[in-house]
Design a protein around this ligand. Structure first.
Ligand SMILES: [Zn+2]
Length: 100
């Protein structure tokens, strides 16, 4: 893969919490990039503020994490779901596991 013209190819630092960001596989997502830089810090101010904001506006346990598109350097957010939310909504159940 030719990354010569990419704006951000080395792990950037999150402007909200100063933690080094990590690559998230984005090949199955609707971005023109194989990965995105994402802040995975659960104490990130943006992430923490997101919980309150989303709870008030949509009443669901979702938030968002700060992200950077490596090719053009564009910044944005991606949705992040709580563990509880994934348990109750749409997380594929393991067919080999039974609670009984
Ligand atoms: Zn952060």
């Amino acid at each position: 893969m030719d990354t010569t013209n990419w704006k951000v190819t080395e792990a950037p630092t999150c402007p909200h919490c100063k933690q080094v960001m990590e690559q998230m596989d984005a090949r199955h997502l609707d971005w023109d990039s194989p990965y995105l830089w994402v802040c995975y810090n659960d104490n990130c101010t943006l992430f923490k503020k997101g919980w309150d904001h989303m709870m008030q506006t949509v009443g669901q346990l979702v938030s968002y994490r700060f992200m950077i598109q490596p090719q053009n350097g564009e910044t944005g957010v991606i949705p992040a779901f709580s563990h509880d939310y994934l348990q109750n909504n749409g997380k594929p159940a393991n067919p080999n596991y039974s609670e009984e």
